[in-house]
Design a protein. Structure first.
Length: 206
């Protein structure tokens, strides 16, 4: 279990940085001031985990630990520096999208683990895992007054849903949390990378 915890701790750091950077870039693109950039960056990085913890009646880890908030604020600073240097929108660059995929994978998996530990149902695991992975981005879009991108045209939240289903199947088949965690992480990451490479989109009906 220690090995799994170490790996996901590293992935969590990368994910927090990536989500804080992408959230801050959204804010910069919309012309928000420094406070707005910070709020959007932090909420993109931490919003999903905070919402998940509140749903299971737990004090959010982001409010108990200094590390998550510090990493998110570091991501905001990195985004501002990157924008000042490049003067361009970095949200669709591969060196942001790949860490973002790692973060999505890590957050979905940790969400599934916490949901399983809270003894919720199959649907509870899928919802909490997905919410942990994509909740921050959803909140940031709502703060900007936009329809969340995960509901419009990107194969993103679907990766979390399928990864959480893989976790549920694996944990019930093997009763091994390490194996189930690995299955979830690999499924989410692999699907997201393929979606980026091949431009996958869910069908529309209008």
């Amino acid at each position: 279990m220690a090995f799994t915890e170490d790996v996901f701790h590293l992935m969590n750091i990368v994910g927090l940085l990536a989500f804080a950077i992408t959230g801050s870039m959204k804010a910069i693109k919309e012309g928000l001031d420094l406070f707005g950039i910070t709020v959007l960056g932090v909420m993109t990085a931490l919003g999903g985990g905070i919402t998940r913890d509140l749903l299971i009646n737990t004090v959010p880890n982001a409010l108990r630990s200094l590390s998550d908030m510090s990493i998110a604020l570091l991501g905001v600073c990195i985004a501002i520096v990157l924008y000042k240097v490049s003067k361009s929108d970095l949200q669709n660059k591969y060196y942001i999208l790949i860490p973002d995929a790692i973060g999505l994978s890590a957050f979905t998996t940790t969400g599934a683990i916490i949901a399983y530990s809270a003894d919720v149902s199959f649907f509870g695991i899928v919802i909490l895992a997905t919410l942990t992975g994509v909740g921050g981005g959803l909140i940031s879009d709502l703060l900007l007054g936009k329809v969340p991108f995960i509901l419009r045209d990107d194969f993103y939240a679907s990766c979390s849903v399928l990864g959480a289903i893989g976790f549920y199947i694996a944990i019930n088949s093997t009763e091994n949390l390490n194996i189930a965690s690995a299955v979830c992480a690999v499924v989410v990451f692999a699907l997201r990378i393929m979606a980026i490479i091949y431009g996958w989109r869910l069908p529309k009906f209008s």
